[in-house]
Write a new protein. Structure first.
Length: 228
């Protein structure tokens, strides 16, 4: 149908003018319909394609034979390596703590169990839970050494102390292993200490003091009690 002027069709009557701006806006609205974009690449796909194209351009400019599909492979390798680097930075090496080097006691010289308990209590009163947990675990192990249930060994780790103590106090084996794990996670890992962790160790310390060791297969007897 012939038109006259700016979008004015000849209909035999007065010309009807359709503004160009309105027509353009209507076309834009139509193109926003999701039905036209169902098969469009995602944002991630577009980003990967852009990086791949830039890498391909770089290799082409350098005259490198690795282009096209190989560039996509290289991009995938780079992305994987980048992800691994981020995970390494965030979480560190899995099981990065070398437990043989995580000694329980410092080199400041021997202290008694009572001294460690007093230090733990002072730290707890100041809400210094990490230090309270460390000192309470040291008090627990030092007490076992003072009772000759463990030998004095400065380089012993919390795990080693728990395993050795479990042989003579088997009914507390699980609690001792948990205590060692708590100490390691707080002293050498990323776990935040809290009042509950300290109180758990203090309670275990009191229970151990009230329990006699198991000898030659006999059942453990609480201190002050009588064997059946």
């Amino acid at each position: 149908m012939p038109y006259r002027g700016e979008g004015a069709p000849l209909t035999g009557g007065a010309p009807v003018t359709v503004p160009r701006d309105a027509a353009r806006d209507a076309a834009k609205q139509e193109l926003l319909n999701p039905a036209y974009h169902r098969h469009d690449p995602s944002l991630v796909q577009r980003a990967m394609k852009w990086v791949g194209d830039r890498l391909d351009d770089l290799l082409t400019g350098l005259g490198h034979p690795l282009r096209g599909g190989t560039a996509g492979v290289l991009l995938a390798v780079v992305l994987v390596l980048g992800l691994l680097a981020v995970l390494w930075w965030r979480y560190g090496t899995p099981h990065r703590r070398t437990r043989s080097a995580d000694t329980l006691f410092t080199r400041q010289g021997p202290r008694t169990a009572a001294e460690h308990r007093a230090a733990a209590t002072a730290h707890a009163a100041a809400d210094e839970w990490a230090d309270a947990v460390r000192e309470q675990m040291r008090a627990l192990v030092r007490s076992l050494e003072e009772r000759t249930l463990l030998d004095h060994r400065p380089g012993r780790t919390a795990d080693e102390a728990a395993a050795e103590a479990a042989r003579v106090l088997p009914e507390h084996a699980a609690a001792l292993a948990d205590a060692a794990r708590t100490f390691d996670d707080i002293a050498f890992g990323d776990r935040a200490a809290d009042r509950a962790a300290y109180l758990t160790l203090a309670d275990l310390d009191r229970k151990l003091q009230a329990t006699r060791p198991t000898l030659a297969g006999a059942a453990p007897v609480p201190v002050g009690g009588a064997a059946a």
